[in-house]
Design a protein around this ligand. Structure first.
Ligand code: IVH
Length: 721
């Protein structure tokens, strides 16, 4: 490669990495796998060593490429587990540097959150996929410490979202994302909704202040459940649990966060005053003793061969873990050795000054990552799926290939932009991968195998089903078929209405919907309720019993639960949970149809986006017509059982900040249960719901002997009916 070519390739790689950093950290998306991303960084790091930039200093990572799930420290942050060992890290004045993304690690900070400085930086971590490099890591440490007999811990590397929890005198006071490593977003309210996380430490010793680090994640089952809801709501599925966890922890609505079962696992030590343990293995035991959620398994071993054996064993057991594990983290066990002057942090000079703070990564730890399960195959065709909301999703039809226990025949290509960016073409040899991700994805095109006559893929400009020109809303990547009468949209809408998740009409599955449409016995959802046995008889030989059963199944659903009917309408943003909220609040389709945005915003947990989506749906004349026709066809949905009489007429006063509920959310719940909310406490008040920093209202309640509830007790009262 000539120097000029190298400069150009470096520029390309930097742009690509920057693009993926933005997606991964700020938008909780990823369109390439970690493995692919690590490869880009490795290539750039190699080029930077071989062909240094001219006209400035390139700040390179030094050593191995760093993980994107990590961030560098910035200036003026302290490193070390115990204040007595702190070394402050300052940026020394250097020539203007060309900042390379091999060291410029992502920043997850987003709008809408308060920023909090970490007491101790959250640094990055070197990673490798190569056994020889892992052995070099050990060789460096052995040389520095003058012995080969070193104690290590081998831990799972959790593929989640990094978080730092501060406990003061044993109480959880703050949860902060990594941010840029120096300062992150305050996500305390969201983290408090994690059920498995104790708000106080148990037992002793309890440090005055400790930063405990870990990863927030979503289990596979919960991931599937949420994706199913997405599907019900006509929204695209999330690609993998990590991105969904990252997106969830950055939600501004804690109620939404609470509705998803986030979990957390803790393994890391930040600032701690006074010090409580002197090794990583003792720290794991201490975390467990405090009652905190910890890794299922870790190994304490001596020497690199034992490290390697532990890694092999972890590779065999990791699929049974609650979280996705994409590798291991090997750490020098004794803190004293971690702090040894020859070890410490890469990027920090002996005087504690960092030549560039962003270079900081521990020399005492190394991530060994498992290469993902991937396989080579060929794209036979690219087909376009049209969803219920008209979204066009490109799908690669593959030569079947065996991958991680299943035969893969199709893989998502995400959207038109992604196809263009990767230049994926029909006939291409490609690599498909399943790594933590449940949906297989095309991760790379093998350009060297591309046939001479291949043509770039032209994303359709019109709907492949009804040929209406497709449209794309500003700022969106999804192209949609705008035709409300598109037969594919109609089919999927009817299917969805009749499905188990919605109105649950027995006997009316995908095939039957398709058949009824084909025979022109139905065109719309209300048509289902106009079907007669005679209409169905010609469809099947000796079909009378069958036809009767189907009609009975339909009859039985004329009075389906209101929430099921609302869910079945396929309103964007509205899945079963939101449908239940709407049913409870409005109690009829007519009332819902005329609800204003303000009314909708009062529904517990409804944000502006959902309220606007509901409003827009009912503003659409074809949708209003659908509601009218459902009524005319004799559909009379059943509202939820009347609010518990125990609460009807009861007066509540809200005071202080509740951990998860907003004031509006709590009000909506009370009203939905038949209660009233009042602004001041009197003898007539039945309950005062008090949160943090509750003031005089709480005092008054106490003096009047009014029952005071915290949020949990309140929810129990409301939900327990
Ligand atoms: S140690 C300074 N241990 O992966 C040491 N990190 O890719 C850095 N991670 O920043 C952290 N599991 O967010 C450590 N067992 C584990 C981990 C782990 C997951 C994350 C963490 C870290 C990133 C590095």
């Amino acid at each position: 490669m000539s120097p000029a070519e190298a400069q150009q390739r470096k520029a390309e790689l930097r742009a690509k990495i920057a693009h993926h950093n933005e997606l991964y950290y700020r938008r909780a998306e990823s369109t390439i796998s970690d493995f692919e991303y690590d490869r880009l960084k490795r290539e750039l790091a190699d080029l930077e060593t071989q062909f240094p930039d001219v006209g400035g200093t390139t700040i390179t990572g030094g050593g191995l490429p760093q993980n994107r799930s990590s961030t560098a420290a910035a200036a003026n942050v302290f490193i070390g587990h115990n204040p007595t060992y702190y070394q402050s890290v300052f940026l020394s004045a250097t020539a203007p540097a060309i900042e390379s993304p091999t060291v410029q690690i992502g920043d997850d900070r987003t709008e809408g959150f308060a920023r909090v400085k970490h007491r101790q930086a959250m640094t990055t971590l070197d990673n490798t996929y190569d056994e020889a490099e892992l052995r070099e890591f050990h060789a460096r440490l052995a040389k520095a410490l003058g012995t080969d007999d070193l104690g290590y811990t081998v831990e799972p590397k959790i593929d989640g979202v990094a978080v730092s929890l501060t406990y003061e005198r044993g109480k959880l006071v703050r949860a902060v994302t990594r941010g840029d490593g120096e300062e992150g977003d305050d996500v305390t309210v969201n983290v408090r909704t994690i059920r498995g996380l104790p708000q106080s430490l148990r037992g002793a010793p309890i440090p005055a202040v400790i930063e405990i680090r870990g990863e927030i994640f979503l289990g596979d089952e919960e991931f599937r459940r949420i994706n199913q809801q997405q599907e019900e709501a006509g929204e695209p599925a999330y690609a993998n649990p990590r991105n969904l966890a990252a997106g969830t922890i950055k939600q501004l609505d804690p109620k939404l966060v609470a509705s998803r079962k986030l979990e957390v696992v803790l393994y890391g030590l930040g600032y701690c005053e006074p010090a409580v343990v002197d090794s990583q293995s003792a720290y794991h035991a201490q975390l467990k003793a405090w009652g905190l959620p910890v890794v299922e398994q870790f190994w304490t071993v001596r020497g690199i061969d034992a490290v390697w054996a532990a890694i092999q064993e972890l590779d065999r057991t990791r699929r049974g873990f609650a979280y996705a594990t994409d590798g291991t983290v090997v750490k020098l066990d004794r803190f004293e050795q971690q702090r040894h002057p020859k070890i410490g942090y890469r990027g920090m000079a002996a005087d504690g000054r960092a030549e560039a703070a962003r270079k900081l990564s521990p020399r005492w730890a190394c991530a060994y990552k498992f290469a993902p399960d991937r396989a080579e195959t060929r794209i036979r065709d690219i087909t376009i799926q049209v969803g219920r909301t008209g979204a066009l999703t490109p799908v690669a039809e593959l030569d079947p290939v065996f991958l991680a226990g299943t035969t893969v025949k199709r893989a998502t290509l995400h959207n038109a932009d992604e196809i263009a960016r990767k230049d994926v073409r029909i006939g291409d040899a490609v690599l498909v991968e399943k790594a933590g991700e449940i949906i297989p994805a095309v991760v790379a095109v093998l350009l060297e195998k591309r046939s001479a006559g291949s043509q770039p893929y032209a994303f359709p400009r019109s709907c492949p089903v009804c040929h209406t020109a497709v449209t794309r809303a500003e700022g969106e990547v999804v192209w949609r078929c705008p035709n409300p009468l598109c037969p594919e949209k109609v089919r999927r809408r009817i299917e969805h209405f009749a499905s188990k998740a919605s109105v649950d009409i027995e006997g009316l599955g995908e095939e039957m919907v398709a058949l009824l449409l084909e025979k022109e016995l139905i065109r719309t959802i209300p048509d289902i309720f106009r079907l007669k046995v005679e209409d169905l008889l010609p469809l099947k030989k000796s079909g009378e019993v069958w036809a009767r059963n189907l009609i009975d199944g339909i009859e039985a659903r004329r009075t389906a639960d209101l929430w099921r009917v609302i869910n079945g309408l396929g309103i964007p943003q509205v899945g079963s949970a939101a449908a239940k909220d709407l049913a409870r609040t409005f109690r009829s389709l007519d009332a819902l149809a005329v609800a204003t945005e303000a009314d909708l915003l009062r529904v517990g947990g409804f944000g502006e986006k959902t309220a606007a989506a509901v409003r827009a749906w009912f503003a659409e004349p074809t949708n209003r017509k659908l509601i009218r026709e459902l009524e005319m066809a004799g559909v009379t949905p059943t509202p939820p059982a009347a609010a518990s009489s125990a609460l009807s007429g009861k007066t509540f006063v809200l005071t202080g900040t509740l951990p998860t509920l907003s004031r509006e959310g709590a009000t909506a719940k009370i009203e939905a249960a038949g209660g009233k909310v009042s602004g001041s406490v009197s003898k007539k008040t039945h309950y005062v719901v008090a949160g943090e920093e509750a003031g005089s209202k709480l005092d008054k309640a106490r003096s009047l002997g009014v029952e005071v509830l915290n949020e949990a007790q309140f929810l129990k009262l409301i939900e327990g009916g």
